[in-house]
Design a protein around this ligand. Structure first.
Ligand code: SF4
Length: 235
């Protein structure tokens, strides 16, 4: 294995070190609610609609499926092509963290425009944390021209974002360029990654369930932790 953390594990680790540890060593314990699964579905659909604007893109995930260790080399191969090129799920590896970028546009001068697509209706701190770790990794691999978050401008009312009948609405993509803001967070990201690597060297962290279990996301290990169970594995 060439990497220790992914973007989603990094976000999990920000919420709770025990959740990060379980995600790596016992992902079979995760249980997602129906509502969470519906949110995942809405997110995938919103992302698909945005990607429709890049009809000639190279879809790295379609080419490699779950061969994640191969993503960075394949991505690099495509980025070496002359002229402009678009990629979906381009993979980048730095500091043992693998990130897959939703949409990457390589300009003719080689600099990258990156779009992280989120179906929510507000630009949350969690979205920014997600973008920040990607910016940290990708900027150590390539020259970034811009890094933007795309979110859902149709969901101005919170309830509307939960509707299942949004297919009749035209998507309203709000694009916010966060390049400068994300570049200022590299030292923090590097420190967080070091802490998470230390967590993964040890046994299951002794964290008592509390507010963190539902913020910013409902933790999929809640049932396991609420029962007071612990794995006694030694790493
Ligand atoms: S349920 Fe709470 S304590 Fe348990 S792993 Fe999740 S966030 Fe951590």
């Amino acid at each position: 294995m060439k990497y220790f953390l992914s973007k989603s594990k990094y976000i999990r680790g920000l919420q709770c070190s025990r959740a990060l540890w379980l995600d790596v060593y016992h992902p079979e314990l995760a249980q997602y609610s129906r509502e969470t699964m519906r949110k995942f579905d809405r997110g995938r659909e919103f992302e698909r609609l945005f990607k429709d604007q890049f009809p000639d893109a190279v879809d790295v995930s379609a080419a490699l499926r779950n061969r994640f260790n191969d993503y960075p080399a394949f991505t690099e191969e495509v980025l070496q092509r002359d002229g402009e090129v678009d990629l979906f799920e381009a993979g980048f590896l730095f500091d043992n963290v693998l990130v897959l970028a939703d949409v990457v546009h390589k300009n003719a001068d080689g600099r990258l425009d990156i779009y992280e697509v989120k179906s929510g209706s507000t630009l949350s701190e969690t979205y920014k944390n997600d973008a920040a770790v990607q910016h940290y990794v990708i900027s150590h691999c390539h020259n970034i021209n811009s890094f933007s978050i795309v979110y859902n401008g149709n969901s101005d009312h919170p309830d509307q974002s939960d509707r299942s009948d949004q297919s009749d609405q035209s998507p309203n993509f709000k694009i916010v360029n966060l390049t400068e803001e994300l570049a200022l967070q590299h030292a923090l990201i590097s420190n967080n990654i070091s802490c998470m690597k230390e967590v993964l060297k040890g046994g299951e962290p002794d964290i008592t369930p509390g507010d963190r279990c539902t913020t910013p996301y409902e933790c999929p290990y809640k049932k396991y932790c609420d029962k007071g169970l612990r794995h006694l594995s030694l790493f």
